[in-house]
Design a protein around this ligand. Structure first.
Ligand code: PDD
Length: 280
C-alpha cells in the first residue's frame, strides 16, 4: 500500500481521513504541487517548494511547514515508498473550520497538509513516435492561473472535452491567443526558434518550462517568450506541451490541422533528450 503523509503522520493512503468541513473539500481553498522523482531524487525540489511558497502567499495562507520540513517530509515519503521513479503530490488547504463560511475562519485554524506518491508513468511510447493530438478549447479559467490552486474545474472540463474529441490534451485559447494546455505548458517551434507565452498571471509558471528554457540555452537554441496568436498554428514547424509528469510531449495534430510535417520534430528530439539526460 502506498504510504501517504497527513499533518505530520505517515500512514497508508487508504487510511488518511480528512473532514468534510475541510475548506479544500468545500471550496477548493487549497494549493498543490506535483513533483517527479527520478531514481529516488525529487527533480527540481527547491523550485517546486518555492512555487508552493508563492501559491500560499497569493492565497494568504501561512506557510506552516517551511521549506526544510517539506524537504525532509517528501524525502522520507519517497524513501518509505521504495525510491525509484515516483510522482509526488502535495496539497495545503486552509484547514477544517467549524462550518461553511466563505470568508477566512474568524479564529486561526491549522492548515491541512497532505502528501502522497504514486509510480511515475513513463510518457506513452506512441506519443513519442507519432506525437499527440490536441483539441482547441476556450480558456474559461480565472485571471490568476499563476497560482497552483486545486480549484481545477475549467481544466477538468477542457481535458474531458479533449478526450471526447479523441485528443490527448486541450489547447486553451483566449482572446485570439494560444495560452497553455489544461495541465501543461505550451511551446511552438518556428524556423528553429522556440516560442512560449511569457510568464504572466494567465499561465502557470511551469517548472518544466524553466528547465526547457535552460536546456535550450545550453543547446544554443533561441527562445522567444512571446504571445502566440492562434494563426501561428498554421506556420508552426513543431508544437509541444510540457509538465512534470509528462516531460516534453510533441503535438502533431490540433483538431483537423497537421502541425509541421506531422511527426515529432528535431528540436523536440534534442530538448527531450537533454531533459532525460538531466533527470538521470
Ligand atoms: N500540472 N500548466 C498547468 C495549467 C498545469 O497544471 C501544469 C502542471 C503545468 C506544467 O507545470 P510543471 O512543469 O511545473 O509541471 C502547466 C500538474 C502536473 C498537474 O496538475 O498534475
Amino acid at each position: 500500500l502506498p504510504t501517504a503523509w497527513l499533518n505530520g503522520e505517515f500512514l497508508p493512503v487508504q487510511e488518511a481521513r480528512i473532514s468534510p468541513l475541510d475548506r479544500g473539500f468545500l471550496f477548493g481553498d487549497a494549493v498543490y504541487e506535483v513533483i517527479p522523482v527520478y531514481d529516488g531524487q525529487p527533480f527540481r525540489l527547491d523550485e517546486h517548494l518555492a512555487r508552493l511558497e508563492n501559491s500560499l502567499k497569493a492565497i494568504r495562507l501561512s506557510d506552516a511547514m517551511g521549506r526544510q520540513r517539506w524537504r525532509d517530509t517528501l524525502l522520507e515519503l519517497v524513501e518509505r515508498n521504495g525510491g525509484g521513479d515516483q510522482n509526488v503530490y502535495l496539497q495545503v488547504s486552509r484547514g477544517t473550520d467549524k462550518g461553511r463560511e466563505h470568508g477566512f475562519p474568524a479564529e486561526p485554524i491549522a492548515p491541512t497538509c497532505f502528501a502522497m506518491s504514486s509510480p511515475l508513468p513513463r510518457p506513452p511510447a506512441h506519443l513519442r513516435s507519432e506525437g499527440a493530438r490536441a483539441h482547441l478549447v476556450e480558456d474559461l479559467r480565472w485571471r490568476r492561473c499563476d497560482i497552483k490552486a486545486t480549484t481545477l474545474l475549467p481544466n477538468i472540463l477542457a481535458k474531458q472535452a479533449a478526450h471526447e474529441a479523441g485528443a490527448d490534451e486541450a489547447l486553451l485559447h483566449r482572446d485570439g491567443e494560444l495560452i497553455e494546455g489544461s495541465s501543461m505548458t505550451l511551446f511552438l517551434v518556428k524556423d528553429g526558434v522556440i516560442h512560449t507565452p511569457p510568464q504572466s498571471s494567465a499561465i502557470l509558471p511551469g517548472i518544466t518550462r524553466q528547465v526547457v528554457l535552460e536546456l535550450a540555452h545550453e543547446l544554443g537554441i533561441s527562445v522567444q517568450e512571446t504571445a502566440l496568436p492562434l494563426e501561428q498554428l498554421e506556420q508552426a514547424d513543431e508544437l509541444w506541451f510540457s509538465s512534470s509528469s509528462r516531460e516534453i510531449m510533441p503535438v502533431t495534430r490540433v483538431d483537423e490541422q497537421t502541425i509541421g510535417e506531422g511527426r515529432p520534430g528535431p528540436v523536440w528530439a534534442r530538448v527531450q533528450a537533454a531533459l532525460e539526460a538531466s533527470t538521470r
